[in-house]
Design a protein around this ligand. Structure first.
Ligand code: ZN
Length: 782
């Protein structure tokens, strides 16, 4: 076709991707119906087709051009990384039964890779860059046979054509696919998937040739791995791989124009690899990254490229400052061949549209832009950049006014909150020395050696869900609700006493979600009705919106905890979610540093802890499962992040009395990376996940000289499997080799909310028996 490799196309703005689950979560519902056997693969396929057609149509109606590849085609049944792995045939041999003679995987096989079947484990799942999306980790070894094994990009391109749209297929790029993969089982020591680049590129070449065959003008290859310094690959090697890949792909005769995408941060030293490659376009994140400076390496390479400028935040929900975005576009214009306004990332991190929200307060709504509204912003910017400023003057004026009212709103800046944060001193972040606390607490709490406890939640039964939903819908009164939740608390306390646990919990029956619960009970937040975003596969979450200064209206958890404590002579642990986790799992305001926001949340939690103490609670747990996942993609930013994130936890807990035992819980096991920060939290007791790694972390704990209470999980709550007494004892034996008995706690890996009572009761019984057996053994050994 005439305009191939000339840089034409994408006029009028584009988005790097769009929510894929359907405006009303149609895909989620269809997937789950299919998995439970209620609808056939064909019926699922029809829903998927409908979603694609609706999405393309909608993007066009919102203002994207129909025929110039501005509309992204990025549908996935489950995950885009899995899709790329399947496309190139990188499927572990344990799924061979679902492949045909040509290596093509059936849809059933695709879901087997994603979700596992019986004893056949799925691919591992992990967080996509610094987002809450989880991708499937491809397994690639020296023998993985790369081979074109699918045609989804071409099929969807042709399908869109039949609806009258010339779309732009979006595919995870070859470097990112390999960089995010892990070595397949049995790969020799030192092997890295990236070593296989030369073998992989010919398959990408075939994919591109197939798209060229259909006259696709553009393809988008997502190479966001290039922005991250957190991947376990050597950065020089990664950049060299990108240089190689885009020299090879760019030199292909038969291909669409290539747009290489880099989202979530600046490319920095990886910019030359893409900017100097013989490709036509590069998509930069100008929300997280700055406009590259004129003389910087690689920048001259932009001069002959279409620069897709990500000035609209794809990762957060605030309405843009259009005037400022336009300035950014103008700033990059002199460096670029041509500038195309866009989102900074795919828009799949934000909900579909504000049109589906009827309960958000008008002022909050006026400050927001979800995916659909962001596309309108992009299109308006494109018109302004094109010289039609008059035509979009009203849109710009509205945006400026929204920004001004947001800045001026009484709830956004509250004098009493601001002055409290401003008045903080070092002392507010510091408790009495640990040794002093430990001896006071030992005397007060009189806990046995190897104390047993749980992480907080007990199984969320259908009855509990019904209680909560009846209350939300107004079907039961508050008094009835309180009585029913108290009933659940009574059952959980009785059960824990029967099992013989040492430190009890109230079970969290009143919480639907550990962040949303606090968001609903604190000023400065709102929650949406339909603000769903994909977490992984069919799983969606509805993050809360943290828009204003945070303040506590009154005690939140105190009545529940105090009631639980009134039922038993054992200690009941109060249960709070920490400031960093509350931020990580919400959409957070972007008009002040996260540190300030985190400290506001911390102060609210600090007041809650004081009230818990006043109500007779001696042990308080502050969960921070997200502290590691917010770790910035650039190493240079780590120290500052750890400083304020650890600081906000210390601020939340820093007012606790010396006699109050502060616990924290971190969800994962790879905390070697941040063990100093964990030490910095200064919690009296820390519980972590450890079962699946068979206590690997105890070595880290020992090496770091960690001196406080530590509870490496001995019961894997992600599995329905019930450990027997022996299993738990074995794990405790391993832990005791590295950790002095005086420091060791005995607990599950995480909360029990997703498990069933008939698993939890025997598992906890075995856990308590194992702890008792160890105590006896230790007593004899003395
Ligand atoms: Zn956890």
């Amino acid at each position: 076709m005439a305009d191939r490799h000339t840089g034409a196309g994408l006029e009028g703005g584009t988005a790097l991707g769009y929510p894929r689950i359907g405006r009303h979560r149609e895909l989620k519902k269809a997937l789950e119906q299919h998995w439970s056997g209620k609808i056939s693969a064909d019926e699922l396929g029809a829903v998927a087709q409908q979603i694609r057609a609706t999405t393309w149509q909608r993007l066009h109606e919102l203002g994207l051009e129909a025929h110039n590849a501005s509309i992204p085609s990025d549908f996935s049944y489950y995950d885009q990384v899995l899709d790329a792995a399947v496309l190139v045939g990188a499927i572990p041999p344990r799924f061979a039964q679902w492949q045909d003679a040509d290596g093509r995987l059936s849809l059933e096989g695709y879901f087997a890779v994603a979700r596992g079947v019986g004893k056949i484990a799925p691919l591992e799942m992990t967080k996509w860059f610094d987002t809450n999306y989880h991708y499937l980790v491809p397994e690639i070894g020296p023998d993985t046979e790369f081979k074109l094994s699918g045609d989804q990009p071409a099929l969807h391109f042709a399908e869109a054509l039949s609806h009258g749209f010339v779309t732009r297929p979006v595919i995870v790029g070859p470097v990112t696919l390999l960089a995010l993969a892990k070595p397949a089982e049995g790969a020799p020591e030192g092997f890295e998937p990236l070593d296989r680049l030369d073998d992989l590129l010919p398959v990408y070449a075939q994919v591109l040739a197939g798209l060229a065959e259909l006259d696709a003008p553009w393809v988008q290859l997502d190479e966001s791995a290039l922005v991250s310094e957190l991947l376990p690959v050597d950065r020089t090697k990664l950049i060299a791989a990108a240089k190689k890949a885009y020299e090879v792909l760019g030199s292909l005769e038969k291909r669409p124009q290539i747009l290489a995408q880099a989202s979530y941060a600046a490319l920095d030293d990886a910019l030359p690899a893409l900017a100097e490659a013989p490709i036509e376009g590069i998509a930069l994140d100008l929300v997280e990254g700055d406009v590259p400076t004129a003389g910087a390496p690689g920048v001259t390479g932009l001069a002959d490229k279409v620069v897709v400028a990500g000035v609209i935040d794809g990762h957060n929900i605030w309405r843009a400052d259009l005037a400022k975005a336009l300035e950014t576009l103008r700033a990059i214009e002199p460096l670029a061949g041509r500038v195309v306004p866009s989102s900074s990332t795919s828009l799949f991190h934000v909900p579909h549209t504000l049109d589906d929200e009827s309960k958000l307060p008008d002022h909050v709504r006026s400050w927001l832009a979800f995916a659909a509204e962001k596309v309108v912003e992009i299109v308006s910017l494109a018109r302004a950049l094109d010289g039609d400023q008059a035509g979009v003057a009203q849109v710009f004026a509205d945006a400026a006014e929204a920004l001004a009212t947001r800045e001026a709103h009484a709830g956004v800046h509250r004098a009493e909150v601001g002055s409290r944060v401003a008045a903080l001193t070092e002392a507010d972040f510091t408790r009495a020395p640990y040794a002093e606390r430990a001896s006071v607490q030992a005397a007060e709490l009189e806990l046995p050696l190897l104390p047993t406890t749980t992480i907080g939640s007990f199984p969320q039964t259908p009855e509990i869900r019904r209680t909560r939903s009846q209350f939300t819908k107004g079907e039961i009164t508050e008094a009835e609700y309180v009585e029913q939740i108290r009933g659940h608390i009574r059952e959980v306390i009785e059960l824990q006493e029967r099992i013989g646990l040492d430190v009890l919990v109230h079970g969290e029956a009143e919480r639907n979600d550990m962040v949303q619960y606090f968001a609903e009970n604190l000023d400065g937040f709102d929650v949406t009705e339909n603000g769903w975003v994909q977490s992984y596969g069919s799983r969606c979450t509805r993050p809360s919106i943290l828009w204003g200064d945070v303040a506590r209206r009154g005690p939140i958890t105190v009545d529940w905890s105090a009631y639980a404590q009134s039922l038993t002579t054992k200690q009941v642990k109060g249960m709070l979610t920490g400031p960093v986790t509350i931020l990580a799992w919400s959409f957070v305001r972007n008009d002040q540093p996260k540190e300030v926001t985190a400290n506001q949340v911390a102060l609210a939690l600090r007041d809650e802890i004081a009230d818990l103490e006043g109500a007779g609670i001696d042990i308080v747990q502050v969960d921070e499962p997200a502290i590691r996942e917010l770790l910035p993609l650039k190493k240079a930013d780590h120290a500052d992040y750890l400083r304020w994130s650890v600081g906000s936890f210390r601020l939340a807990t820093g007012g606790a009395k010396t006699r109050t035992q502060v616990h924290t819980h971190l969800c994962y096991s790879e905390f070697g990376q941040i063990i100093d920060a964990v030490d910095g939290l200064d919690a009296d007791v820390t519980s972590v996940e450890a079962e699946r790694s068979k206590m690997d972390i105890v070595a880290d704990i020992k090496a770091a000289g960690f001196s406080r209470g530590i509870g490496p999980g001995v019961y894997d709550i992600h599995s329905p499997r019930v450990p027997d007494v022996n299993d738990v004892e074995n794990l405790l034996d391993i832990a005791l080799e590295s950790i002095p008995a005086q420091q060791l706690w005995v607990n599950p890996d995480c909360g029990l909310k997703t498990r069933k009572y008939d698993e939890v009761v025997p598992a906890l019984t075995h856990l308590v028996e194992a702890a008792q057996a160890e105590r006896e053994r230790l007593a004899k050994a003395e």
